[in-house]
Design a protein around this ligand. Structure first.
Ligand code: HEC
Ligand code: HEC
Ligand code: HEC
Ligand code: HEC
Ligand code: HEC
Length: 189
């Protein structure tokens, strides 16, 4: 009888030990999960392969469409190739040593024949159909959707274009167009 009781107590103790162990493991897991994304989020600027500034380039009078030439034609605006950068940076060398070091990275990529891998920030889910073409042809400004990119160093990463944002403008168009522009199938193919 006494023997069995002792066994029950020992069993009870080890169960609490297990509970404590699992709780500790769970806590560690929670801490890791919460710490990780925060860590990843504050590197948006430095994650880009070259410290490219929109402001520098638009201040020199370079048009958005010079670099994002596909925007007026098709679905994606696309990020300019190394070749496009080299069109100027074969000869354009900034005086400032830090800026010059950034330009050297472009020349290095060009010499090695590798692309610059830009991190994409404006990204719609796959179930959304968007095309730049009809918007640019309808004279909608880049800034209406992307904000004042020209005066920023790097476009903001936290920008989010929601369905309400798209619809607000579509419902504002001339009545003969609204039926099509509000149709689910226009944006969800
Ligand atoms: C000299 C070339 C150049 C010019 C001019 C330029 N861009 Fe860019 N653009 C880039 C490069 C390179 C990137 C990728 C790096 C980055 O995100 O900053 C980029 C990124 C962007 C992005 C973010 C894309 C994404 O999803 O990550 C937007 C939006 C954009 N440009 C809009 C504009 C607008 C609007 C203008 C005019 C005011 C403009 N750009 C002028 C080269 C250019
Ligand atoms: C139409 C010409 C032109 C094109 C195309 C161009 N740049 Fe520039 N870039 C300039 C000029 C002009 C400067 C300013 C140089 C100076 O300060 O003396 C500059 C400066 C820079 C600098 C120095 C840092 C700064 O902000 O001043 C970097 C980095 C740079 N460009 C990256 C790029 C990249 C990456 C591309 C391709 C996506 C690109 N540029 C395409 C003309 C151009
Ligand atoms: C009506 C809103 C709207 C307008 C106007 C607009 N864009 Fe965009 N842009 C978007 C959306 C939405 C995306 C994300 C597309 C995706 O993920 O499929 C995007 C993506 C981009 C990208 C990332 C690369 C790509 O093509 O996906 C660049 C660069 C860009 N836009 C530049 C521009 C420039 C430059 C202009 C003006 C000439 C412009 N955009 C006008 C909504 C717009
Ligand atoms: C600032 C106003 C505005 C915003 C914001 C906007 N659009 Fe548009 N959209 C237009 C206009 C104007 C047209 C062209 C209408 C025409 O002339 O046929 C258009 C056309 C389109 C078309 C082509 C329709 C066709 O005729 O087949 C699609 C697809 C589309 N928009 C999707 C989107 C999506 C997705 C978003 C959000 C990511 C969006 N639009 C945000 C104004 C806007
Ligand atoms: C003008 C473009 C446009 C039209 C028209 C449109 N949607 Fe969307 N829809 C979007 C965009 C953009 C998103 C993604 C929003 C995001 O990423 O937050 C979306 C997201 C959604 C989602 C995912 C849930 C959510 O809110 O993110 C559902 C479901 C949806 N749409 C259903 C519909 C239905 C049903 C219709 C017709 C009544 C419709 N949509 C018409 C642009 C549109």
């Amino acid at each position: 009888m006494g023997f069995r009781r002792a066994g029950v107590i020992a069993h009870g103790r080890s169960r609490w030990l297990w509970v404590a162990l699992i709780a500790a493991l769970f806590l560690t897991l929670v801490m890791v999960v919460y710490a990780a994304p925060r860590h990843a989020q504050d590197t948006t600027a430095s994650a880009q392969p070259v410290a490219f500034s929109h402001k520098t380039h638009t201040d020199k009078g370079i048009d958005c469409l010079y670099c994002h030439s596909n925007a007026s034609r098709g679905q994606v605006a696309s990020i300019p190739s190394v070749e496009k950068c080299m069109g100027c940076h074969q000869v354009v060398t900034p005086q400032d040593p830090r800026a010059k070091a950034e330009v050297e990275k472009i020349r290095d990529a060009w010499a090695r024949g590798v692309p610059l891998r830009w991190e994409k920030k404006f990204d719609q889910p796959d179930f959304v159909y968007f095309s730049h073409g009809p918007h640019i042809r309808a004279h909608i400004q880049c800034e209406d959707c992307h904000g004042d990119v020209g005066s920023q160093d790097m476009p903001k990463a936290d920008y989010h274009i929601t369905m309400g944002f798209c619809l607000n403008c579509h419902l504002d168009q001339s009545p003969d167009k609204v039926a099509k522009l509000r149709d689910c199938a226009t944006c969800h193919k």
